[in-house]
Every structure is written in structure tokens, then in C-alpha cells.
Design a protein around this ligand. Structure first.
Ligand SMILES: Nc1ncnc2c1ncn2[C@@H]1O[C@H](COP(=O)(O)OP(=O)(O)OP(=O)(O)O)[C@@H](O)[C@H]1O
Length: 375
């Protein structure tokens, strides 16, 4: 732990002060009133070393990344240490110097133990060793996902259920800068409706227990084909345009629906289809008889690619694992460029590494959350 900490400290001394100061000069005057209040509050407790734990309650688009980048730059420009840790690889790529908590600290982020560790490392007995800890997110979004457990377990895993929550000071951002800057009226209404859903303001249907969307909620489609037509019009012609591809996506709650949608979209691409079959077998000799490859091949586990992976040049793929951070991490979207026997060449569609080509090799995978081990 001490080694990991020292490595981070060393990394933190490598920032170019001139670039940091330029960023501060450009972005600080742009902060809106709420953002400025958060910035001033956090910089004050950082500078006078009173520290404390803060939660930035801010829905999507309100400027979390913009504001946190500025706070990081300001602290680093004063030759102090600011670590940007994220729970997922793709979130870590949004911030300068961002790392997953796991990769930076070599242990999964557990706020309780992190609190004790910081006291030791900073030789300071205040909570979190006098450091300013800023957590950011949106409680209106998905609860932590815990496979095979109940909604009560998911609520328990939430930060709000932790003993620490009573010490957390909550700061708010509510102005959606993403739609504000584009002056898009329908975007402003939609973002407000999303916040109302998250705040439980939509009436619940007593019979079904579900919420009803108002007519003005969004454009509803009646079939998957119509949905594809609206989101990916004329795929056959447009799929080579990476900017066009990077601006659209269809989300679904279940893999089975996604597979059908992907199949239909990919069907419209005229390139040759390549099929990659995984070689699946039980690793424990005793299990080989009970779980023959034919059975294992028929299974479809969340987080694992299907046994029969069918791809075309131009297909869009989302990474499910952190293979090579920060470029190839869980959540990176790429489009296929070349399909070779054992390696796939692809181009990154979004984010800091957009347009960069990457190689995705064959990788052995052993899922850990199934009752028997297979590879
Ligand atoms: N004060 C500001 N002045 C100018 N642009 C801003 C300001 N605040 C945010 N933005 C811009 O608004 C957009 C949304 O901000 P940002 O990505 O930081 O929001 P977010 O809360 O992190 O969103 P999400 O949760 O969806 O990732 C970005 O393009 C960002 O550059």
C-alpha cells in the first residue's frame, strides 16, 4: 500500500504547471453560480487542510467532469497531490490522470478502510487524515449491481447506507450545461423529465406498479425495426462514417434484445461475415464429463462474449473488459476495421482516443461467478 501510494505521489509531480495554469485561466471564469460555489467550498477546505468528505450530487450533463477537472488542476498547480480515482475504467478516462481505484491503490475501493489508510499515510488523526475527499455521482441512476442478490442488498451496498454517510456534506449541481450550451429546448424538457423520474415525481400506476410516460416524454416507436430505422437510418451507406456512428447507440436492458437488434443492424452491412467460435471446456477434470463442450457452448453469461461471435467490418463493438487501459477498457466503443484469424483491428469511436486504431487479441477467460470453473 505504501509503495502504491509513493508511486502515485511520484506521478503527481509530473504535471506541466504551465498547462494546468492555462486550463484554470480559461475555465474558471466559465463556472456557473452553483459550480463556483462548489469550487470555492472545496478549495477552501483543501487549502486550510480541514478536509472532510463531500458528495457532489449532480445529474448527467451538469458539469461534474468539467468542474472536477478544474479542481484537480487547481490543486495540482499548487504542487499538492490530487488523485482522480474512478470505479470503472471508462469513467477514469474522463479525468486527467484518472485511474481506477483498483489499479491505483492495488485494492478495491472501500471507503471505510480507505479512511483508516489515509490517517496512517498522512500521520493525521482527523477523518480521512485531513484530506478533502470528493465523491461524485447521481443517486437517481442505477443502484450498484450485485449478481443474484435482492434489491435490499443493492440498497445496502449504496454509499447512503454506509456509517460514513452521516459525515458526508452534500453539494448540488442542477443546471444541465450540456443542453444549456446547445440551447436545445426539447433537450431541456427531457433532462427535467429524467430528473423528475429520478426524484420519484412521476405518478405510479397502482395496478402495475410502473410509471407511465407522458406523451411528450420522447419519440416512441412500435417495433424494433422502426427503432433501428430511426436511430440508424440507412446503415448500409452510413456505417463507414465514424462521426455518424459515434453519435448513436441503442440501449436495452437484456442481452437477448441487444443480440436481436445487433443482428438486424449488422445484416444491413454488406461486408463479408466472419464467425469466431470460442473453445470452451471445464478446467477441472472431474467436471469435464458433467459439463461437455456442447452444453458449455449453449450458455450465455452476462459479461462474456457469445460462443458464436459473428462480426463484419464496420460493426460496432463495446468492450466488456479492461484489456489495456486507458484505451481499451470496459465501456470503450470501437468499430471493426480488419478481421484477422486471431486478432481484430478496430478504431475507437468516442472519447480522448477517438480515431486511434487498436488491436484486440483472443483472450482466455474464466468466469468466477458460476458454480463450476470453465475456460
Ligand atoms: N461552466 C461551463 N462552461 C462551459 N461549458 C461547460 C460548463 N460546465 C459544463 N460544460 C460543458 O457541458 C458539457 C457537460 O459537462 P460534463 O461532461 O462535465 O457533465 P457531467 O456532469 O460530467 O456529465 P455526465 O454525468 O453525463 O458525464 C461538457 O461539454 C462540458 O464541457
Amino acid at each position: 500500500m505504501r509503495d502504491a501510494f509513493n508511486q502515485e505521489v511520484h506521478r503527481e509531480k509530473l504535471y506541466d504547471l504551465h498547462t494546468l495554469k492555462e486550463l484554470i485561466q480559461t475555465n474558471l471564469p466559465l463556472l456557473n453560480e452553483q459550480q463556483k460555489y462548489v469550487f470555492d467550498t472545496l478549495m477552501k477546505v483543501t487549502n486550510d487542510e480541514t478536509g472532510g468528505i463531500y458528495f457532489l450530487d449532480a445529474p448527467g450533463g451538469t458539469g461534474k467532469t468539467f468542474l472536477i477537472s478544474l479542481i484537480l488542476a487547481k490543486i495540482r498547480s499548487q504542487n499538492k497531490i490530487a488523485l482522480a480515482l474512478a470505479s470503472s475504467g471508462i469513467a477514469a478516462t474522463l479525468l486527467k490522470g484518472g485511474r481506477t481505484a483498483h489499479s491505483a491503490l492495488k485494492f478495491p475501493l472501500n471507503i471505510q478502510s480507505f479512511r483508516q489508510n489515509l490517517k496512517d499515510l498522512r500521520s493525521n488523526h482527523n477523518r480521512f487524515g485531513g484530506a478533502m475527499i470528493l465523491l461524485a455521482g447521481d443517486f437517481r441512476q442505477t443502484l450498484p449491481v450485485i449478481p443474484r442478490l435482492t434489491p435490499a442488498d443493492e440498497l445496502n451496498a449504496c454509499l447512503k447506507s454506509s456509517n460514513l454517510w452521516k459525515h458526508v456534506k452534500v453539494l448540488h449541481l442542477s443546471k444541465n450545461m450540456r443542453v444549456e450550451l446547445q440551447n436545445d429546448q426539447s433537450g431541456i424538457i427531457f433532462s427535467k423529465q429524467l430528473i423528475d423520474i429520478g426524484n420519484g415525481k412521476f405518478p405510479i400506476d397502482r395496478l402495475t406498479g410502473c410509471i407511465n410516460f407522458p406523451q411528450s416524454f420522447c419519440q416512441l416507436t412500435r417495433s424494433k425495426d422502426e427503432l433501428i430505422q430511426r436511430v440508424f437510418p440507412d446503415v448500409a451507406r452510413n456505417y463507414r462514417n465514424h462521426d455518424w456512428l459515434s453519435e448513436r447507440a441503442i440501449l436495452a436492458a437484456k442481452n437477448i434484445d441487444l443480440n436481436e437488434l445487433n443482428f438486424k443492424i449488422q445484416e444491413q452491412i454488406t461486408d463479408e461475415l466472419r464467425i469466431y467460435k470460442s473453445v470452451v471446456s471445464a478446467t477441472n477434470q472431474d467436471d469435464v464429463v458433467n459439463y461437455p463442450p456442447e452444453f458449455l457452448n449453449s450458455l450465455d453469461f452476462p459479461g462474456l462474449i457469445p460462443h458464436n461471435l459473428q462480426l463484419k467490418v464496420g460493426s460496432v463493438v463495446i468492450m466488456l473488459r479492461n484489456i489495456n487501459q486507458p484505451r481499451l477498457c470496459n465501456g470503450t466503443r470501437v468499430t471493426i476495421k480488419k478481421l484477422l484469424n486471431n486478432v481484430i483491428e478496430a478504431t475507437i469511436l468516442k472519447g480522448k482516443y477517438k480515431r486511434e486504431d487498436v488491436l484486440i487479441p483472443c483472450i482466455p477467460m474464466i468466469p468466477t461467478d458460476v458454480p463450476f470453473v470453465f475456460k
